[in-house]
Design a protein around this ligand. Sequence first.
Ligand SMILES: [Zn+2]
Length: 465
Amino acid sequence: MRLESVIKKVVSLLYSQCPACVQNIAISFYGLVIYLQRYGKTYRHYLKLYSSRDYSCYKKTRQIQNREFIRLLHYAVRYSEFYREFYKEIDLSKIKSVDDIERLPILTKEIFKDNLNKIYTIPSMKGIKLHTGGTTGTPIKVMIRRRDLQKRMAYLDAFKQEYGFLVNKRRCARFTGKNIILNAPHNHVYWRNNYISKQRYYSTYHLTNTNMKYYVKNLNVFRPEAIDGFVSAIYRIAKYINDNHITLEFTPRAVFTTSETVLPIHREMIEKVFGCPLRDQYASNDGAPFIKQCRCGVYHENIDTGVFEHIKTSRGVKLIVTSFYSYGTPLIRYDIGDYILESENMVCPCEACHPIIAAIDGRTTDFLRTKTRGDISQVALSMLIAELPDCFEQLQLIQESSQAIHVKVVMKEASCIEEYHSLLNEKLSSYLGKDMEFTLEKVSCIEREKSGKFRMIINRMEELK
Ligand SMILES: [Zn+2]
């Protein structure tokens, strides 16, 4: 076992033995380390720049994109052993702007993982390591330069500032995949504090029907000005508040979500319950460029943070990214494994020139393959879920074979699945085809992935490929 993992195990063991107040101090101390890494001089400089940047002029924004792209390309070839080799047959002098990007080969996830050590442009002592689950579930260590990390944070925080929320200065309730409560607490305290950044981390692993009341009660005491994290967790809280007619004693400025697909039912419920807008953003830990929702709730590809290419496949439109914050581990024409839905609408009332997409449509394996209805993504499946009565809390569809789908169902405490058996079967058949077989299983909760994310669709057949 490597020294790093031994240290991690020891720290995690010590942490689990401490009382909550000591854990709060430990989390705040860790918060301080993160704070110093992310919020320095570069951060402050770029926060100012990004908050005042004018995105209305396409020509100007495109100039920024071309400049950044050429800079990253030449940097990668100069400092990364892998890229020198990867592009050795290519005449780079012919690549003058983003329009020429197709002269470069696509970087698949396999090539990326196999060559990671040669891709890095900086020694590990100089970079900040970010561990990502990647979209394949295989952990990947990405090296990022401190200045790039600070620029990324500034871009993200400038977006939050648009809603009047100041990161580190205002109270924020966070529902991310952080495993902060290692044992089941006897006192129902499912949260820990990072005093440095005024954040309260709520465990997403203990969100069961019985525990929900403690979360809501505590939110009413904490009164956060923003809520951020995984939409599946925030949605469950919102639904509980709505179903139980609980009055909230605070109105956040916004709910910021990331990492999971936001479905129309999520948005509707969360905005209704919290009385504020939900704004989603996409930029995975791999260091992908940003896709953010603007004031109008429309998804824009932020072309000043990278290049977005759309490749049509049978599953849908695949996203290929180039990220301008990836100097430590350059990502150029990277097949990140995510899909999007293109938009017919090209203009947004917000007047930003950044291209519009309709939605982020999940990962490579986030679809069900049916015999007569083709491939069904999460966004398509959300229509089915929207038609189900309120007693359905959560659904997970697992495709085991070409004709069999196992459905895990979380229902409200008093509800009985037998009562709704035929209704659910009927809906599943109508959306996924009569020739598919469904097995239903009532469960008390659905396990999250190691990263804390919730997956509505698991395609075991694709995972085995
Ligand atoms: Zn817009």
